[in-house]
Design a protein around this ligand. Structure first.
Ligand code: PLP
Length: 475
């Protein structure tokens, strides 16, 4: 069999698309019965020719190659089947994956507006909608990136740029122990020292203490440092903690600081009425990071950054130059002027199609369901003997810990409970540390995470806790 030509057309193109769509449908059929994680056959897989060797000179067989892709997809944590309640679960929304494929075939160039004005109008419509959901005013704007970490780099670049007479050696930004490490990473990449990232103490629910923030600001200013940014959590990764955004916004405003809100996980809960109450104050942010690949269920690769004034994004990201682009000059709204990227995928379509196809109500309902499931898990887990919940667990995350007289013993017991759950392959959990102590986490965010999955997770945690209690009794 001869290898297909590069530019597939007609029947050959149809065969490829049909093989891919069959594989996608097969993957969806497998979802319900597939384990939460698997490494069965991994060693053998890694030794296979088409994995270990360079690609062949002459090409290969499509169905065998697609089978290889499917097998690869079964190895590791299955993020699409709803059984992984670890980290921040993803989902792989089909309508978005389909839009991505179509976007790739059309291959519109969305770095500058002259090359794809219609596609860019559609992407900007999605961004305007997101800004509206977050309560940002007219004049706000932003862009789609590849994820929360990338968006955070641009957000801090804006914060830094807006600060007059910014000096890296003196600059400080304010976070908590619960702030995602992408903020420290962005600060590091922007040339700030470790010292610049100031950790403000939290209350018993792991929310930034505004009085401590004010005190730190006063001291840093008195010592000649240069505060430039306050970072608020709108749903921390470990526990879903939401900082007092209204108070932080007021303090930032009074001190002339940029107020950045990390809403990578929690932001889209603003679509729900419970979320809107919990996230009140997010609308005061100068910049907001969101992750559609978490809480809008998209496949990985779509983050977002919103800024209160789009001008600030442009100020921090545009430079003169690029003679090879002279024919495109002055064309209007260029995403390339708002981000480090020039060429970029047509990310707008991966949001535009799902939002217009399913409607906002479908996303709101799915997020409400995740909040309900988490509430139910919280209620059930709070009655399990030998387990305590962290009082800061918020939105759709629950942090739990074994109860023991000795804290180190409780750490070990908690680790063993998480391992007990994971060994079943039915549910996959991850753990974290909160103020130095180990906690297991149940993160309910997968589109396909159902009441049965959450119920089973609670049962398995209770089983693990019972084993630990018995072990304690013998010891
Ligand atoms: C996931 C996450 C990030 C990082 O986002 P990526 O898309 O993984 O780069 C930042 N902040 C919070 C709160 C997150 O949950």
């Amino acid at each position: 069999m001869s290898a297909p030509p590069l530019d597939l057309r007609g029947d050959e193109a149809a065969n490829l698309l049909s093989a891919v769509s069959t594989a996608a449908l097969g993957t969806l059929d497998e979802v319900a019965s597939s384990p939460a994680t698997s490494v069965v056959g991994l060693e053998a897989f890694l030794r296979r020719d088409e994995v270990a060797l360079f690609p062949p000179e002459a090409g290969g067989d499509l169905s065998a190659l697609i089978e290889t892709i499917r097998q690869a997809g079964r190895l590791g944590i299955n993020t699409a089947n709803g059984r992984a309640l670890a980290y921040m679960p993803g989902s792989g929304l089909l309508s978005s994956a389909a839009a991505e494929m179509l976007a790739g075939v059309i291959n519109a160039y969305t770095g500058v507006s002259a090359t794809a004005p219609a596609m860019i109008a559609m992407e900007r419509g999605v961004i305007r909608w997101m800004a509206n959901v977050m309560g940002m005013p007219a004049g706000s704007g932003g862009l789609l990136s590849s994820g929360g970490s990338m968006s955070t780099i641009s957000a801090l670049a804006c914060a830094r740029h807006q600060h007059a007479a910014f000096k890296a050696e003196r600059a400080c930004l304010y976070v908590t122990d619960e702030t995602h490490h992408c903020v420290a990473k962005a600060a590091f990449m922007l040339g700030l020292e470790n010292r610049a990232v100031r950790k403000v103490a939290t209350d018993d629910r792991l929310r930034m203490d505004p009085r401590r923030l004010k005190a730190m600001l006063a001291k840093d200013l008195a010592d000649g440092f240069q505060p430039f940014c306050v970072v608020g959590n709108a749903g921390s990764t470990s526990t879903g903690a939401i900082d007092p955004l209204q108070e932080l916004a007021a303090i930032a405003r009074d001190h002339g600081l940029w107020f950045h809100v990390d809403a990578a996980y929690g932001g889209f809960f603003n679509l729900t009425s419970r979320g809107r109450v919990a996230l009140s104050g997010i609308e005061k942010a100068d910049s907001i990071v969101l992750d559609p690949h978490k809480s809008l269920f998209l496949p990985y690769g779509t983050g977002a950054l919103l800024v209160r004034e789009e001008r600030t994004l442009r100020d921090a990201h545009s430079v003169d130059g690029g003679a090879y682009l002279r024919d495109l000059d002055g064309a209007g709204h260029d995403f390339a002027d708002l981000s480090p990227e020039l060429s970029r995928p047509n990310r707008g379509l991966s949001l535009w199609l799902p939002l217009h196809l399913h409607g906002i109500a479908a996303f709101r309902a799915a997020l409400d369901e995740k909040l309900d499931l988490a509430d139910r898990a919280r209620t059930r887990l709070s009655t399990v003997d030998g387990i305590e919940l962290h009082p800061g667990s918020d939105l759709s995350v629950i942090a739990f810990r074994a109860v023991a007289r000795d804290s180190l013993v409780a750490d070990e017991m908690t680790d063993r409970i998480v391992r007990h759950v994971n060994a079943t392959g039915e549910i996959f959990l991850a753990s974290t540390r909160l103020r130095g102590r180990v906690y297991g986490r149940v993160a309910v965010l997968g589109l396909r995470t159902s009441a049965a999955h959450v119920h089973r997770a609670v049962e398995l945690i209770a089983q693990g806790a019972k084993i630990e209690r018995e072990r304690e009794a013998i010891a």
